[in-house]
Design a protein around this ligand. Sequence first.
Ligand SMILES: [Zn+2]
Length: 205
Amino acid sequence: MDFSSKLLEQAVDEMSQLPGIGKRTALRLVLHLLKQPEAQTQNLASALTKLRSEIKLCKNCFNISDTELCDICANPARNEELVCVVEDIRDVMAIENTGQYRGHYHVLGGKISPMDGVGPSQLNIHPLIEKVKAGKVEEIIFALSSTLEGDTTNFYIFKQLEGTKIKTSTIARGISVGDELEYADEVTLGRSIANRVPFESSLKG
Ligand SMILES: [Zn+2]
């Protein structure tokens, strides 16, 4: 692509780093921004800068938060003895949308995937095990997507918890294998949490 302006080229280059955005789309977006009032682009830029510099991970559950403790962990009405283990914040949002879950979460930040070079130490697994060993948790609900990586991660955590008295369960699947949680409809997802099954029984299938 030949650009008449270095500034334009640089903006397009940066924009095209985003997932799913090729150079052509990047150019279209940048030209769109140029047509908007200047304040609008400044608002976008400052929202992104603020997001990057001020956002925190909840120190209890690793959910993305504006404060040290996220709204869910800080809410005394939520049951902290029930912890739903999820991959990322999109899963938290999907489950919250069901309006049927009143426990806490633990956000792993990914799944174990040797193919992608992601091992247990790169995920927030250790703090989860510590939380359980500190006796603060009664039940863990595994809610990772039922892919090979999700199953591997569940099983790894399950093994780490051997010898503790914790109850482990997995969300019942009205959701077919390989479906990501965020795409499951709210009714199905809500039901699958309510009808969760003991984790051991999911291993026998
Ligand atoms: Zn939290």
